[in-house]
Ligand binder design. Structure first.
Ligand SMILES: *Cc1c(COP(=O)(O)O)cnc(C)c1O
Length: 367
């Protein structure tokens, strides 16, 4: 039969993404009906009911191509953020925009600078383009911006700041970011991934969109509808930057990258402020509950500005993960981030949080 054609050498280094285990898979494999997923930082309240209605209405129009320009969604986002539609690109999830950034800005051998640990999609995108990720270790679970600035070379094209950071939940503050940007050469594009911005409560969280409003030519802010807006399954994210950057990203964008149903749902979700507020509040309450429970169990955790917590369970978390699975609770292990004794758990509804804590107590023998 012979061998299949060789692929590009450079993609052989890419390890497949490890997603959160789907609920259906656990039900199938372990024969458990009642399974909760606290593994992918989804909104435990689900999407806005307005978004669900918009999805149902949009269903009848799916024989039509979507608006490749996302006119209504872009205008709504522009109004919300005090920018113009020319400042916005919408993607099939933020993931797609991260990939477009690599496609538009990286030549083979170019470098990106990222924190370690951080979201793995940045390195993935660089590797696809035969680029290289320079990883700068976090300090006390935070981005070490001084070291990241120092890691910039003549080959650096992109710097990714995941703010708040996934998986640690920490933030970079306004002053630190201001000072960092002063040190960055104009040839380097700074990507501020703010997937969890809507959960932040810290006062010193940067108003990064102001950089774009003031026309800073080397910053792009990324946001998503996958987290607080509860639309992860539909795939909508967006970037906000000066028009020149947006134009470059549009050069590599697929013409119909955001589907028709997703555009309608995101537009409706954006208008439902009550659902947004409720999602934020339930997260703040859940965070407090989990902090107290972790403290009572003698576990240390990284204080979070997101809807997930990075917690040290004091033993190999893969074993703990398996035992939690048997009890119908899916979380994420820290080994993929280089922290073998940590778990990353999404903050759920009060009932889900209680169920997780009960299971964790059993597994750790602190029942
Ligand atoms: C979840 C997440 C995203 C959002 O990705 P989508 O493709 O929009 O679902 C982006 N960045 C980080 C750090 C995330 O955790």
């Amino acid at each position: 039969m012979g061998t299949s054609p060789a692929c590009r050498e450079t993609i052989l280094a890419i390890k497949p993404y490890v997603p959160g285990k789907p609920i259906e898979e656990v039900q199938r494999e372990l024969g458990i009906k009642d399974v909760i997923k606290l593994a992918s930082n989804e909104n435990p309240l689900g999407p806005s009911p307005d978004a669900v209605r918009a999805i149902q209405e949009a269903a009848e129009r799916v024989y039509l191509y979507p608006d490749g320009n996302c006119y209504y969604l872009k205008n709504a986002l522009a109004e919300k953020h005090g920018v113009s539609p020319e400042n916005i690109i919408v993607g099939n999830g933020t993931d797609e925009i991260i990939k477009m950034l690599a496609e538009a800005y990286l030549n083979p051998g170019d470098e990106i600078v990222v924190a370690d640990p951080t979201f793995s999609e940045y390195e993935f995108a660089a590797l696809v383009m035969a680029g290289r990720a320079v990883k700068v270790p976090c300090r006390s679970f935070r981005h070490d911006l001084k070291a990241m600035a120092a890691a910039i070379t003549s080959r650096t094209r992109l710097v990714f700041i995941c703010n708040p950071n996934n998986p640690t939940g920490t933030i970079v503050g306004q002053m630190m970011l201001d000072n960092f940007l002063k040190e960055i050469p104009p040839s380097v594009l700074v990507v501020l991934d703010e997937a969890y911005a809507d959960y932040v409560t810290a006062e010193h969280y940067p108003d990064s969109l102001a950089y774009v409003r003031y026309g800073r030519p080397n910053v792009i802010v990324l946001r998503t509808f996958s987290k607080i807006y509860g639309l992860a399954g539909l795939r909508v994210g967006y970037g906000v930057a000066v028009p020149e950057i947006i134009k470059n990203l549009n050069r590599v964008r697929e013409p119909f990258n955001v589907n028709l149903v997703a555009q309608a749902a995101a537009f409706a979700a954006l208008k439902d402020e009550a659902h947004y507020r409720k999602s934020r509040e339930i997260n703040i309450e859940g965070k407090q509950y989990l902090y107290e429970q972790f403290a009572a169990m003698g576990l240390t955790y990284v204080p979070t500005e997101t809807n997930f917590i990075f917690v040290d369970v004091g033993q190999d978390s893969r074993g703990v993960f398996q035992e939690l699975l048997k009890r119908g609770v899916i979380v994420r292990t820290g080994d993929i981030f280089g922290y073998d004794t940590y778990l990353r758990v999404t903050i759920g509804t009060p009932r889900q949080n209680e169920r997780f804590i009960k299971a964790l107590r059993e597994v750790l023998g602190r029942a």
